[in-house]
Design a protein around this ligand. Structure first.
Ligand code: GTP
Ligand code: MG
Length: 137
């Protein structure tokens, strides 16, 4: 489909990068379909990142994702999932390409500023996790 889901993670919000990250998203041609400032509960984060529940960093990931506010958003563009993953760059900022959001604003592999859905199916699941139908424009 033409939609993806993103979060500006707690580190990106804490470090004052909401505006700069949204600027990059707009400049890359994404339309904001839904957006809110919110905070995930422990249960939310365990469910959202459930696919990683057996990974050694899972506890750290849940702690991190719940420690403060996030910006959740749904974005629209042709080829949204793939193009947004290219815009944010590799999970580890040390490996992220120049100019990508993670290269610019992430501080470590754990605290990497933004989330981007990894498939159309997950984009739909993740958008529905955070937004009701009437919050999508
Ligand atoms: P998301 O867009 O957030 O899903 O990141 P990703 O798709 O680039 O990476 P992945 O889904 O594999 O991992 C999800 C998140 O777990 C990452 O974005 C990191 O925040 C965290 N994470 C992944 N690997 C590590 C790790 O080795 N250590 C720590 N502390 N966190 C990790
Ligand atoms: Mg992922």
């Amino acid at each position: 489909t033409n939609r993806t889901f993103t979060m500006i993670k707690p580190d990106g919000v804490e470090n004052g990068h909401i505006g700069a990250i949204l600027e990059k998203i707009n400049a890359a041609g994404f339309r904001i379909v839904a957006m809110k400032l919110t905070q995930m509960t422990k249960r939310d984060a365990e469910s959202f990142y459930g696919v990683h529940s057996e990974r050694p960093f899972f506890g750290e990931l849940v702690e991190f994702m719940t420690r403060g506010a996030i910006v959740a958003a749904v974005l629209e563009k042709d080829n949204a999932v793939e193009d947004f993953r290219a815009l944010i760059g590799a999970t580890n900022p040390a490996e992220a390409a120049e100019g990508t959001i993670r290269k610019l604003y992430a501080t470590s592999i754990g605290e990497n500023a933004v989330h981007g859905s990894d498939s159309d199916e997950n984009a739909a699941i993740e958008a529905a996790f955070h937004f009701s139908g009437r919050e999508l424009f």
